[in-house]
Design a protein around this ligand. Structure first.
Ligand code: SF4
Ligand code: SF4
Length: 102
């Protein structure tokens, strides 16, 4: 299966890995993914009260926003840089290469 690939200015091929899902059950709403994303992929939403217990073990040194949760507003705008997963403290995001259209 051929996938979408890129190339650096130095001529090195790389394979973008596009965001495919965000696990809202472990997201602490810190906003780090939103801040680093160069595209318009993320949106911070209000978390309903039933889910608030799930952020009790959140690390204290992150500027998490209790009551908020990140969502994927437009996955199709992702360029597969994986910066969001590099900064996410909870490992919420999943990525996959994208098959080339036939
Ligand atoms: S992989 Fe890059 S472009 Fe895609 S959602 Fe993450 S930070 Fe944004
Ligand atoms: S960086 Fe991770 S924990 Fe923070 S808002 Fe984004 S998905 Fe949620």
């Amino acid at each position: 299966m051929s996938v979408i690939t890129g190339i650096t200015r130095g001529g090195v091929e790389w394979t973008p890995s596009f965001v495919t899902s965000l696990n809202q059950s472990i997201c602490i709403g810190c906003g780090r993914c939103y801040k680093v994303c160069p595209r318009d992929v993320f949106e911070l939403l209000e978390r309903d009260e039933l889910d608030l217990e799930e952020i009790e073990d959140a690390d204290d040194d992150f500027d998490e926003a209790p009551g908020m949760v990140m969502s994927l507003r437009d996955m199709l705008d992702c360029i597969g840089c994986e910066a969001c997963s590099r900064v996410c403290p909870k490992g919420c995001l999943s990525h996959e290469p994208q098959a080339l259209a036939a």
